[in-house]
Design a protein around this ligand. Structure first.
Ligand SMILES: Cc1cc2nc3c(=O)[nH]c(=O)nc-3n(C[C@H](O)[C@H](O)[C@H](O)COP(=O)(O)O)c2cc1C
Length: 209
């Protein structure tokens, strides 16, 4: 039987997917969300208060995760209407028709975390620990998206340019690197973190040059 490792997910890493839920009126909802892989059949969603998704997951204790690398699927799920997306009726709700892979998540444990001072100011987040079932893989060899590798690439682009740009831009790059580093250290695995450490050290040298 398929598990999350067959979808190229690794335990402990954060990925980006599209979470589909059912609204109270029965209509589908889709939104880009982070998915933390906790084992071959376990994920955690970390949902901020205020979204349709958190309302639906709190009420129904279920959701579908859709994995995709399509920029338009992600964009429509954030800013589009439901007519921009094609949903498939599933046993417990909806998935996205054009996803590379999808699976069902059922919440078995939830924990509220109140953070006064994170990157988004005061923030209530609920961690939904969930059992994964019904994994469907439409596209073999597809890698789930991770902000960690995107961050490392952005940081490398900054690094490759920092010597050549004027002072003001150097300062801008330094600020950007701090933010990228925060994200990568939050969502990445050991190799992403090691890469950022190397990039930061090299950046310190090059920014002076
Ligand atoms: C790549 C990406 C990842 C996101 N991850 C999360 C997340 O893990 N938790 C969360 O609460 N919001 C996350 N968001 C923000 C939600 O997608 C956003 O608040 C959305 O408007 C919620 O839509 P909804 O009200 O239809 O649920 C993410 C956004 C993007 C673009």
């Amino acid at each position: 039987m398929l598990d999350l490792y067959a979808l190229n997910m690794e335990r402990g890493l954060h990925y980006e997917g599209i979470v589909t839920t059912r609204n109270a009126d029965g209509t589908p909802n889709a939104a880009p969300m982070g998915i933390i892989c906790k084992g071959p059949d376990q994920v955690v969603l970390r949902l901020h208060e205020g979204s349709h998704t958190i309302t639906n997951v709190k009420r129904d204790k279920k959701f579908y995760v859709n994995l995709s690398r399509d920029p338009l699927l992600f964009t429509y799920s954030l800013i589009g209407g439901t007519s921009d997306l094609e949903f498939a009726e599933e046993d417990h709700g909806f998935s996205l028709k054009n996803a590379d892979a999808s699976f069902f998540g059922e919440v078995h444990h939830e924990k509220e975390i109140v953070k006064e001072n994170d990157a988004m100011g005061e923030n209530i987040t609920v961690m939904f620990h969930s059992q994964v079932r019904d994994i469907k893989q439409e596209k073999k060899e597809s890698e789930p998206l991770s902000r960690a590798i995107c961050g490392v690439l952005e940081a490398l682009v900054n690094l490759s340019r920092v010597k050549r740009v004027p002072h003001e831009k150097k300062m801008e790059y330094a600020e950007r690197l701090k933010e990228i580093s925060r994200v990568v250290n939050h969502v990445g695995g050991p190799r992403h973190k090691q890469a950022m450490e190397l990039i930061e050290k090299e950046f310190e040298i090059r920014i002076k040059g």
